[in-house]
Design a protein around this ligand. Structure first.
Ligand code: HEM
Length: 326
């Protein structure tokens, strides 16, 4: 190759990298030119749905987390199974997810306003923030946009990427670190359990015969264990749920961290945050409400950027439940 050709190839490569840098990163208000009304539309619909269902924030926040941890924040959690191919939705930890209908509704309306423009992954990320923010009437954290939608959703990808509620500290830290999230992010994001509910089965083993001597988990406050046994008698009704942050499960606040220090964290994975010195220190710091809000925003930004598809990767799905036809 002549020197001139080499120069041309290098310049073109550089140009592509530069063009991609502008387009291939998440940024604030990505749809400013292509669909200026997108973010307001998502917010308005989400707020009207959150008014009708105060538990929506918890539902969508969990769906967003489960999307990001499996195959990145690419909307793969929103895909239905195709024939015999089980999608992420079919995997056990995802069977209790809810709010898919809301995302589908929002997407339909956004699609009417701006066809082929706004990704399902972005709709989910925005709607999760907006549903949690509804009681505050202002956005509780910034959401960068520009994600594109993936086309792969496999139930078999879920195990190992989403920690179980029985996980110990090192397992939690390991799974989070694979997503470029550190111990601080692990503790901060666990604070999402300040809202929402859990089925008895997710903490049942802590209440009955934990060490084989007919006892409860000694790391669980004894009075609280008694309260939980009353909610979830043995044998448990699989449909019964309890508030994760007792008497505060609709309010997005730092109360979860008070609960933790009182040994009333519901899951073993919550209690595990006190078993590591560094994590326990973060738990203490987050008991200040202002600290929790500001840290939660930062960690959500990191979580919302896990393995995102940008630029020309992936597609903009027309419907969140199915990939576009090629
Ligand atoms: C640290 C590891 C985590 C584990 C082991 C875990 C596990 C669980 C489990 C077992 C449930 C109850 C599900 C049910 O029975 O219906 C739950 C609920 C929930 N999780 Fe997590 N989670 C973790 C981290 C997160 C993160 C990072 C977020 C969000 C940023 C989150 C948000 C939620 C929310 C909002 C709910 C309540 C959902 C509802 O009420 O519908 N979790 N989690």
């Amino acid at each position: 190759m002549t020197a001139r050709k080499v120069h041309l190839v290098l310049s073109l490569t550089l140009l592509m990298v530069v063009a991609c840098n502008a387009d291939c990163e998440l940024r604030k208000n990505f749809y400013k030119k292509s669909c200026p009304q997108a973010e307001k539309l998502v917010r308005d619909i989400t707020w009207s749905k959150a008014q009708a269902d105060p538990t929506l924030g918890a539902k969508l926040l969990r769906v967003h987390y489960h999307d990001c941890f499996v195959q990145g924040c690419d909307g793969s959690i929103l895909l239905d199974p195709v024939r015999t191919n089980q999608s992420e939705k079919n995997a056990v930890p995802n069977l209790t997810l809810a709010g898919f209908d809301v995302i589908n509704d929002i997407k339909t309306q956004v699609e009417q306003a701006c066809p082929n423009t706004v990704s399902c992954a972005d709709v989910l990320s925005l709607a999760a923030r907006d549903a949690v923010s509804f009681p505050f009437k202002k956005p509780m954290w910034d959401v960068l946009t520009g994600r594109r939608d993936g086309s792969i959703s496999l139930a078999s990808n879920v195990a190992g990427n989403l920690p179980s509620p029985f996980a110990d500290f090192s397992t939690l830290a390991q799974i989070f670190s694979k997503k470029d999230l550190n111990v601080n992010d692990l503790v901060v994001l666990s604070g999402a359990h300040t809202i929402g509910v859990a089925h008895c089965g997710t903490f049942f083993r802590r209440l009955y015969n934990f060490t084989g001597k007919g006892d409860a988990d000694p790391s669980l406050d004894a009075t609280y264990a008694g309260f939980l046994r009353a909610q979830c008698p043995n044998p448990a009704n699989p449909a019964t749920t309890v508030e994760m942050d007792p008497q505060s499960s609709l309010s997005f606040d730092g109360h979860y961290f008070d609960t933790l220090t009182e040994n009333k964290g519901l899951f073993q994975s919550d209690a595990a945050l006190l078993t590591n010195q560094g994590a326990a220190k973060v738990v203490q710091q987050l008991q200040l409400p202002a600290a929790f809000f500001s840290e939660f925003g930062k960690s959500m930004k990191k979580m919302g950027a896990i393995e995102v598809l940008t630029g020309t990767a992936g597609e903009i799905r027309k419907q969140c439940r199915v990939v576009n036809r090629s």
